[in-house]
Design a protein around this ligand. Sequence first.
Ligand SMILES: CC(C)(COP(=O)(O)OP(=O)(O)OC[C@H]1O[C@@H](n2cnc3c(N)ncnc32)[C@H](O[C@H]2O[C@H](COP(=O)(O)OP(=O)(O)OP(=O)(O)O)[C@@H](O)[C@H]2O)[C@@H]1O)[C@@H](O)C(=O)NCCC(=O)NCCS
Ligand SMILES: Nc1ncnc2[nH]cnc12
Length: 284
Amino acid sequence: MKSEMQSFSDIAAKVAVRSLIEEVELTPKPGLVDQVNTGAHQDLTLQLMIKSAETLTDTFKNIAFVSYGRNPSQALREEIAAIGRIGERKMFEATGGVNTHKGAIWAIGLLVSAASIGKGRFTIKEIVKRAGEIASFPDRHCPNTNTNGRIVTLKYGVGGARGEAQQGFPHIMKFSLPMLYRSRAYGLTEEKARLKTLLSLIAHVDDTCILHRGGTEALMFAKKKAAYFLTKDNLECINTLDEEFISRNISPGGSADLLAATLFLDKIHALKAVDEVQKYELIK
Ligand SMILES: CC(C)(COP(=O)(O)OP(=O)(O)OC[C@H]1O[C@@H](n2cnc3c(N)ncnc32)[C@H](O[C@H]2O[C@H](COP(=O)(O)OP(=O)(O)OP(=O)(O)O)[C@@H](O)[C@H]2O)[C@@H]1O)[C@@H](O)C(=O)NCCC(=O)NCCS
Ligand SMILES: Nc1ncnc2[nH]cnc12
């Protein structure tokens, strides 16, 4: 018989991987890999993204396992960072060196850890707060490499993936989750609700993936266009936005990761209300 800790870790990992797959399968997404095209990416495909997501199951499971019932601390920060780095290595092995989910391992890894600290009983607010606390401990073993994110956060003075997590995921709490809930309440299909959720992120996030490729001009363009398309009822016109992003080499990869993180929080919250047997049914 599985312990509660093992069951929660299995469930959290399944929900995390499912969220990544649902993000990549959502279509049409501007500039991103989806079921129709590979967006502004020459080295990514839908199949590669799905393969990458599936290789991360053990990473999320191990993060949940070591975090279960603990408190945020320097020691926990370092344990999950070590697991996260092994996850990054596995991702690069699976993709032949292409960065598919580095930002997602970071964001969802922290959220999995925080949800597990609460043994699956935390509210979303408590989860993001704990995730922010863990992310704020120094990463003493971080390799001193010049990542795209690091170069760009220094150059443009933005927070990037690190800042987003350390502040308790403000773009999820202020924009994407409220947009997902509002769109569902308004009666939109789940697909349209998720597309609006993604647009709400692109309209506000300082995405280091966009900044690194095209600087502030590209970031401003992406934010303005996403805000404009958010006012449209007919979301089929996102195809036009996709073409514009592709022609300008704009990829909102950070927003894609935050969409997956939003879906993770939504699902893990919904699972709180059901019993163990139903949980396995729901995540099958
Ligand atoms: C804290 C880390 C995330 C490292 O951060 P850093 O800023 O040093 O590094 P990057 O290596 O650039 O990775 C950051 C990824 O975060 C995503 N992102 C970007 N902006 C935001 C934002 N505002 N909020 C949240 N997330 C954001 C983004 O991911 C997407 O972009 C990927 C493609 O990016 P890139 O490789 O630059 O690709 P291309 O444009 O195609 O580049 P070229 O090929 O042209 O070079 C895409 O896949 C999306 O995923 C950034 O990639 C963290 O990794 C870390 O410190 N980890 C250590 C382990 C740890 O502590 N783990 C803890 C828990 S698991
Ligand atoms: N769907 C997607 N396309 C490109 N980069 C991504 N990073 C995370 N999700 C992505």
